[in-house]
Design a protein around this ligand. Sequence first.
Ligand SMILES: *Cc1c(COP(=O)(O)O)cnc(C)c1O
Length: 363
Amino acid sequence: MNRVFNFSAGPATLPEAVLQQAADEMLCYGDSGQSVMEMSHRSKEYQAIIDACEALLRKVMNIPENYKVLFLQGGASSQFAMIPLNLMNKTGKADFVLTGQWANKAYQEASKLCGADNCNVVASSKDKTFSYIPELDSSKFNPTADYFHICLNNTIYGTRFAKLPETGNVPLVADMSSCILSEPIDVSKFGLIYAGAQKNMGPAGLTVVIVREDLIGNAKAGTPTMFDYTTHADNGSMYNTPPTYGIYILKLVLEWIEKQGGLDAMKVHNEKKAAILYNFLDNSKMFKATVEGEDRSLMNVPFITGNDELDAKFVAEAKKEGFINLKGHRSVGGMRASIYNAMPVEGVEKLVAFMQKFEAENA
Ligand SMILES: *Cc1c(COP(=O)(O)O)cnc(C)c1O
């Protein structure tokens, strides 16, 4: 069996040790005589899995007691609607920073549900294809907004907020789909954190929401039951069938992270990989990173040659060598290497060696 180095933005590569354990337990989990996939979510075996998963997530991310952890479905994209339905309930206004397609969707969905006039755009980097994080002028923040939304790591454009906006008493809400678990963060600085699992946590189909308790319980009238955080918070994410297998894989991923030394170790590991790749890009005559300075993402690294034909040739030859999914997002072009937690240093070193060879052969 030849496993490739998978640079996909998501669904993405998972730790091989996790896949191996899942394979070993596929037909029979413990002495249960069944696969986790076949288990009743109401069984005591499964309750132990979801409880362990939540406890581990709380430990690894150091989540304070006054936050709920919810295991949902519907992707980060459903949160774009669920957040305004649950949070835009006092002044009915919210602030947004537009740093790319995902941030934009969060803004558009809130505008649709609560009125565009109530959704304030604090800043945008659209003028340069979202290749930077805009400076934030705090005089443009609404001090009575119900929340302030950012996308912490912009998967498509390869930017990230190096520092968080100071929003005072306004709850900071962050889409962390593509950077959760990549380094330590102070959860208490946020009102709500959400992430689709398929980047750094596990398989597609699981969405994790970490929400401060005081933000639950005031959903707008008419909010569907499944879109009200209260429903899931009051029922331990078991109002309906949760994505049981995805939660089990997240538990294995969290065990793997702990074994590596937790989020401090993940940060060192991720900074090391990003430095190898950015250093090469900064010294190459052929390849160039599209993002500069502290805005550079540790997780998603877009780059170009400036020549579409050469880009296509590179992506095709890389694939033949076992480096897959390097094509950039259709809205940016060029290439993008997503180097999430599960990408080994070796994968990035080998990619850079291949890029050096490609550059020499095509100079
Ligand atoms: C992938 C991604 C999404 C979309 O997630 P879905 O689970 O497909 O809805 C949203 N935001 C960010 C930052 C992402 O990386």
